[in-house]
Design a protein around this ligand. Structure first.
Ligand SMILES: NC(=O)c1ccc[n+]([C@@H]2O[C@H](COP(=O)([O-])OP(=O)(O)OC[C@H]3O[C@@H](n4cnc5c(N)ncnc54)[C@H](O)[C@@H]3O)[C@@H](O)[C@H]2O)c1
Length: 281
């Protein structure tokens, strides 16, 4: 897709990978619609992108509410007359498999999985009708292999990768001029392990759970050793332009994770996690 002048909608666009991708698309002269649940950072993101010359609007959006995601689409149509790319990027991390309360599982699945489903149902009909568009869904290395301490997160990311593969085949069968990509990063320097900042109030006490804290601390140091979000933004842009399905920011780790699962299925030992590999591209 030639993204010059096209309208790109990004959920979770106020920080991290979403904001870095907005910068990459702005440099390619796309128009931007950013949705985020955090009003202050969203306002700051829109102000700084506007100062850099981008054509951008921000809409406070909670992706766990389908009506908000539909309103985000409508904001693209009313401000720019069209939408061409939906980047389902908003996400949160929490939740070891052992001991995570059901409500915390539900919150992670609500943001990371239902948020993607609402994005698909809001934008796909439009893309199919105009026979032009591209969907980017955010999975993770944790959507390609099980990671200890992250059951809820893995559940959501495996689901997003599965949906994206299913959509790829449906689009290929339909012959529609609509693409889909699955973004599966390793560790990227963002605030993902400060996700508790967006937790519903009644769940916040869960963050004091020693198991949850231990996992968050390990993951936080891995994220700090990760790659810069701008590298991911550039890869997302390239994948949309070149219509590539897999966006593997840490290709070696992604391929190794997949190979190890295959070896395990063939009777080899269960793969261990290699945090070091997941921080280096
Ligand atoms: N950083 C990493 O190492 C890494 C690795 C693999 C995948 N990811 C995925 O990348 C995506 C972006 O995360 P990030 O790393 O940039 O983290 P981040 O915390 O910097 O950004 C996430 C954004 O999502 C927003 N958000 C959270 N809940 C929301 C909701 N209910 N509705 C709307 N917006 C909401 C946050 O306010 C924030 O702006 C996530 O889906 C995450 O799971 C990140």
């Amino acid at each position: 897709m030639d993204v010059d002048g096209k309208v790109v909608v990004i959920t979770g666009g106020a920080s991290g990978i979403g904001l870095a991708s907005a910068r990459a698309f702005a440099a390619a002269k796309s128009k931007l619609v950013l949705g985020d649940v955090e009003a202050g950072p969203l306002e700051a993101a829109v102000a700084s992108l506007t100062a850099e010359g981008a054509d951008v609007v921000g809409v406070v959006t909670d992706v766990t509410r389908e009506a908000d995601v539909l309103a985000l689409r409508d904001a693209a149509l009313s401000n720019f007359g069209a939408a061409h790319v939906i980047f389902n990027n908003a996400g949160v991390a929490a939740g070891p498999t052992i001991g995570t309360p059901t409500k915390v599982w539900e919150w992670v699945l609500d943001v990371n999985l239902n948020g993607v489903i609402y994005g698909l149902n809001a934008f796909l009909p439009l893309f199919l009708e105009q026979n032009e568009g591209h969907v980017v869904n955010t999975g993770s290395l944790a959507g390609l292999g099980g990671v200890p301490g992250m059951g809820a997160y893995c559940a959501s990311k495996f689901a997003v990768v599965g949906i994206s593969e299913s959509l790829f085949h449906e689009l290929a069968l339909s012959g529609a001029n609509v693409g889909v990509s699955a973004l599966c990063p390793g560790f990227v320097k963002t605030r993902i392990f400060e996700s508790q900042r967006n937790m519903p109030n009644e769940l916040v006490s869960y963050n004091e759970d020693p198991r949850a804290r231990a996992i968050a601390d390990i993951a936080q140091s891995a994220v700090e050793a990760g790659i810069d979000a701008s590298e991911v933004g550039q890869r997302v842009l390239d994948a949309v332009v070149q219509r590539k399905f897999w966006i593997l920011t840490h290709e070696h780790a992604a391929l190794r994770t997949t190979e190890q699962r295959l070896e395990w299925m063939r009777g080899g030992p269960a793969p261990g996690i290699n945090l070091q590999a997941a921080t280096k591209p």
